[in-house]
Design a binder for this molecule. Structure first.
Ligand code: CO
Length: 140
C-alpha cells in the first residue's frame, strides 16, 4: 500500500444550495460542478474545485428517506466533515491490503461519483475518519 492523492474531502450538508452559495460567495470558489443525484447511494452531491492540484470538496446532501447522511446530520445538524477520499492505482489490491490489515470494509466495491471504483473503510479502524478509497481516474 502506498498513500495516493487526496482526491476529495466529503462534507455533509442539510442544504446543498446553501452550501454551494457559501463556497461560491464567501470562500470564492469559482469552479463548482452541477449537482448530481445518486439515488442508490442516497445522496445528491457536487464537487468544488480547490487550488490544491485537483483536490476537491465533495458537498453531500441526503437524498431519500434511507440516506446514510441522515444519521450524520442528526449528530451534526449544521453539517460537517464526513469523509476523506484517497486515490489508489488498483482498487482490488487496496481492498485486499486493508482486509489483510483487519480493517472493516463497509459494503461492496462500487462505482463512485467520479466513475471509478470505490469502497469505504470503517472510521473506528481509520483513526476516527470514515475513509473512501478510490481508484485513480485514468488521465488521457
Ligand atoms: Co466521497
Amino acid at each position: 500500500m502506498k498513500l495516493g492523492r487526496l482526491n476529495h474531502v466529503g462534507v455533509a450538508t442539510p442544504d446543498l444550495s446553501a452550501a454551494i452559495a457559501f463556497h461560491r460567495d464567501v470562500l470564492g470558489a469559482t469552479r463548482i460542478s452541477q449537482p448530481v443525484e445518486m439515488p442508490e447511494q442516497g445522496v445528491r452531491l457536487c464537487f468544488v474545485d480547490t487550488p490544491n492540484g485537483g483536490t476537491q470538496i465533495e458537498l453531500i446532501e441526503p437524498l431519500g428517506d434511507n440516506s446514510p447522511i441522515h444519521g450524520f446530520l442528526a449528530r451534526n445538524p449544521a453539517g460537517g466533515q464526513h469523509h476523506l477520499c484517497y486515490e489508489v492505482p488498483d482498487i482490488g489490491a487496496a481492498r485486499e491490503w486493508f482486509q489483510g490489515q483487519g480493517k472493516r470494509i463497509l459494503g461492496p466495491t462500487r462505482i463512485g461519483a467520479h466513475g471509478t471504483p470505490i469502497f469505504f473503510l470503517h472510521p473506528r479502524d481509520m483513526g476516527g475518519i470514515l475513509t473512501e478509497i478510490m481508484e485513480s481516474p485514468v488521465h488521457a
